[in-house]
Write a protein that binds this ligand. Structure first.
Ligand code: GAL
Length: 344
């Protein structure tokens, strides 16, 4: 009898082990449902990834519930109610643990930027070594996108909870799609689609990263660039971005500059089927892979405008030719970080 029980227990345990193993992600599979370590679809849209002390943290729009097109909408501004900003953690970039909603919606205050009726998009988090605070910037908007503002929240820990400090227009200028970038010298910048999305503003931030310091430049003038994702390779600065067609896809552009507030030149890095439509994705961030030279992941959202919660992710390798420094983002159906093993 005891033997039978022992065999049954072993069988259950090994099934359990197999089951857990089956959930482990071994590959990036762009456009497919991507489950977290609990087996739920990752819900972190328009997101950004921060690396801190051996762990990657992925922050994104936590889109829960029904997608609606407001009855007064004059354009396709499909929306879900604001439920907050989610956070996931990972050591290997493939398997992500849900850390919860780290900036929560505020249903009790209809004046708050975080009220469910508002718009909270493109959260990005950076770490300030001097203040030891994690600083989150969001695109904070009204339901008709007329407010065009940014909001800032801070936390002592990467997994929150973030405290919302408020919203404003950086340098009194409109700010919609946005990202943050910290340079090697610790100076941080906010890139934001301004002037009705026509021109990108590069706003230098104060030493504590919670406000613009008043110095900014207008770049990509009249070029309608959105969804900026900024990174550095060698001594040069790069900005991946999309055009401006709402939730619908268009061509990506990769721009390069010798200095962050200097002049930028552009080209399209995507190759493969549907490259001219960014594989039906829109840029959101570029992740430098720690411990690997010249290895970056270009991250895109594949929006499903009529069911935003089911929007998918397209994470692809950004391949750099070390001789020419030419960068391409080639389509892959399935891949993992070993793709970078032969790259110097
Ligand atoms: C896109 C933008 C998204 C969202 C959407 C709303 O252009 O990149 O973040 O704001 O418009 O239609």
């Amino acid at each position: 009898m005891l033997r039978r029980i022992a065999i049954a227990v072993m069988a259950v345990c090994s099934w359990g082990a197999l089951h857990v193993q089956a959930q482990k992600n071994e590959f990036f599979r762009p456009k497919e449902v991507w489950n977290d370590t609990e087996g739920n679809p990752i819900n972190a849209h328009g997101g950004g990834v921060l690396y801190y002390k051996g762990t990657y943290y992925w922050y994104g729009e936590y889109k829960v519930g029904k997608t609606v097109l407001p009855s007064d909408a004059t354009w396709e501004r499909y929306r879900t109610d604001v439920t907050g900003v989610s956070c996931y953690s990972s050591k290997d970039l493939l398997n992500w643990k849900f850390e919860g909603v780290v900036l929560k919606a505020n249903p009790d205050d209809d004046e708050s930027d975080l009220h469910p009726s508002q718009v909270v998009e493109r959260p990005k988090v950076i770490y300030n070594k001097k203040t030891k605070k994690f600083v989150m910037w969001i695109h904070a908007d009204s339901p008709d996108y007329g407010k065009a503002a940014a909001g800032v929240a801070v936390s002592d820990s990467p997994t929150g909870e973030f405290k919302y400090l408020g919203g404003f227009r950086p340098n009194d200028q409109m700010s919609r799609d946005q990202t943050l970038f910290v340079d090697d010298d610790g100076t941080a910048y906010q890139f934001s689609s301004s002037e009705n999305n026509q021109t990108m503003h590069i706003n230098r931030l104060t030493a504590d990263y919670i406000r613009p310091d008043g110095t900014y430049v207008r770049r990509f003038i009249g070029m309608s660039r959105e969804a900026p994702a900024v990174f550095k390779y060698g001594t040069k600065y790069y900005m991946l971005s999309s055009g401006c067609t709402g939730w619908d896809p268009n061509s990506a552009e990769l721009a390069v500059a010798d200095s962050i507030m200097g002049e930028w030149t552009v080209g399209d890095p995507c190759t493969g089927p549907d490259a001219e439509k960014t594989f039906y994705g829109q840029s959101t961030c570029v992740i430098p892979i720690q411990g690997k030279k010249n290895a970056y992941i270009a991250c895109f959202d594949m929006w499903k405008k009529t069911d935003l919660q089911d929007s998918r992710y397209i994470w692809l390798p950004l391949i750099i030719n070390p001789q020419t420094q030419q960068m391409t983002i080639p389509w892959q159906t399935e891949w993992n970080l070993s793709i970078f093993n032969n790259k110097k």
